[in-house]
Design a protein around this ligand. Structure first.
Ligand code: EPU
Length: 418
């Protein structure tokens, strides 16, 4: 198992480039199952969750060709329309194949996800939504099975609460359903919009993606297409926080500044300077002490839950007391205990964490519990006095492309040990 050894204390300086969005690439790859023609996706980030999804596509019978960050999927015959437990347990987003498989083949079987380090990850909302499109759902032996031998039919889907992959899953099902589907209380994340753009290139008729109401006119079949995945706003946000925390002077290139507004506002409140240096780049600069700021995670365009852990790492250095409220997942404070081992002063009370800025962190041995928690520990390591060792970095490899190499190029002292 790999670990990172980090020597803190260096401000990050220079330019750092953002990869394609993992959470956009995952549904885009699942969408390839909707046609027998080749779909070519570029800017697919070479991270572990993507490799898992490619294996899953191959398991269903699709052919996958990878050439660097260019991936072509040919899903001609899908003789095994299922996501087995072994895959789903390592990557919950595997449930994204449920909608496209049942829409294309009339049946799909997906292992139930179970809990994970950040909370219960149920798929009841995916299931209810597919039922609205006429799928018959059975649950047994830890699997959800969706059947629609005569095909799906359009319907009204009104989500009880906003779900990102749930919206994506039903969107992929609706494009091949007969008639019109209206998805209410839909997720407005940029990744949903990116998926709709790809599906429309494949011949789907979707309107309203990026708003709370998405309308889909079903079509008989989809065709091949080419598409470039959007920039990873969470990776970009992680680097913005790293720039501010280390009191650096960093340019985050190849990103979409408009996707990072909620974070930029908070960083400015904390005393960092965040500017749009180009149409596709943000600059971050900080000197002196950062100030305490409260954050509450929300669905897009609110403050992303996927940046909460990293922001909390920054708050441990800020002057004053900050309140961090997590509204999306019920158990997403695992990093607090590890940050405490580095000298942070954090009290967790249910869904709220109270962070009293300690002024300084000290290097320690810490363990990563999930993807974004591990990113927060790496950031803490960059500012801690002395040496920090972050164990179990396979979590971070699920979603960040060689983060240690990117950080080292802008001045961080970080190395991977196998
Ligand atoms: N929920 C249900 N039932 C469902 C689905 C969701 O109760 O059927 C609940 C969840 O338990 C959670 C809330 O609804 O409390 C929102 O979950 P959502 O479904 O939106 O999360 P997700 O689609 O499983 C995606 C990202 C996550 C990100 C969340 C929230 C992908 C592949 N994953 O997950 O990303 O945190 O949206 O923005 O897009 C990550 O990249 O580190 C990550 C965890």
């Amino acid at each position: 198992m790999d670990r990172f050894r980090i020597h803190g204390g260096r401000p990050l300086q220079g330019e750092i480039a953002v990869s394609g969005a993992k959470n956009s690439a995952l549904p885009a790859l699942a969408a390839c199952l909707l046609t027998g023609e080749p779909v070519t996706l570029s800017r697919i980030p070479p991270v572990r969750d993507i490799r898992t999804m490619l294996q899953l596509l191959e398991h269903t019978g699709a052919r996958v060709d990878v050439d660097g960050q260019l991936v072509t999927v040919r899903a001609q015959a899908l003789d095994r329309p299922e996501a087995p437990y072994e895959v789903v347990k390592t990557m919950r987003a595997s449930s994204l194949v449920l909608g496209p498989l049942v829409a294309r083949t009339g049946k799909a079987r997906v292992s139930m996800p179970g809990g994970c380090a950040i909370g219960a990850r149920p798929i009841n909302l995916h299931v209810l939504a597919l039922e609205q499109l006429g799928a018959e759902i059975r649950q047994s032996h830890g699997y959800v099975e969706a059947l629609a031998p005569e095909g799906l039919k359009g319907g009204l889907v009104q989500f009880d609460r906003i779900t990102v992959t749930g919206t994506e899953d039903v969107l992929m099902a609706a494009v091949l359903a007969r008639g019109e589907t209206v998805i209410g209380n839909a997720a407005r994340e940029p990744e949903v919009q990116d998926l709709a753009e790809l599906l429309n290139k494949m011949g789907a008729r979707i309107e309203g993606a990026g708003t709370s109401t998405i309308r889909v006119q079903g079509v008989g079949e989809l065709h091949g297409a080419q598409h470039t995945i959007i920039a990873d706003r969470i990776e970009a946000g992680t680097f913005l926080i790293a720039g501010a925390m280390t009191r650096g002077d960093l340019v985050i290139a190849d990103c979409v500044p408009g996707h990072l507004d909620a974070l930029a506002v908070k960083l400015r409140q904390a005393g960092a300077e965040v500017t749009e240096v180009r149409g596709d780049a943000l600059g971050v600069r900080a000197s002196g002490k950062l100030q305490a700021t409260d954050i509450t995670t929300e669905e897009f365009p609110g403050f992303a839950t996927d940046l909460q852990a990293q922001y909390m790492a920054m708050l441990t250095l800020a002057e004053g007391i900050s309140f961090v409220t997590e509204t999306i997942f019920e158990n997403r404070f695992m990093h607090a205990q590890e940050l405490a081992r580095m000298g942070a002063n954090i009290r967790v009370e249910g869904r709220r964490a109270i962070v009293a800025g300690a002024g300084e962190l000290t290097g320690a041995q810490v363990i990563a519990s999930d993807l974004r928690a591990s990113a927060s520990l790496v950031l803490a390591g960059l500012v801690a006095r002395g040496e920090t060792v972050v164990d179990r970095v396979y979590h971070i490899d699920r979603g960040y492309e060689r983060i240690e190499e990117k950080l080292a190029r802008v001045g961080a002292r970080i190395e991977r040990e196998s």
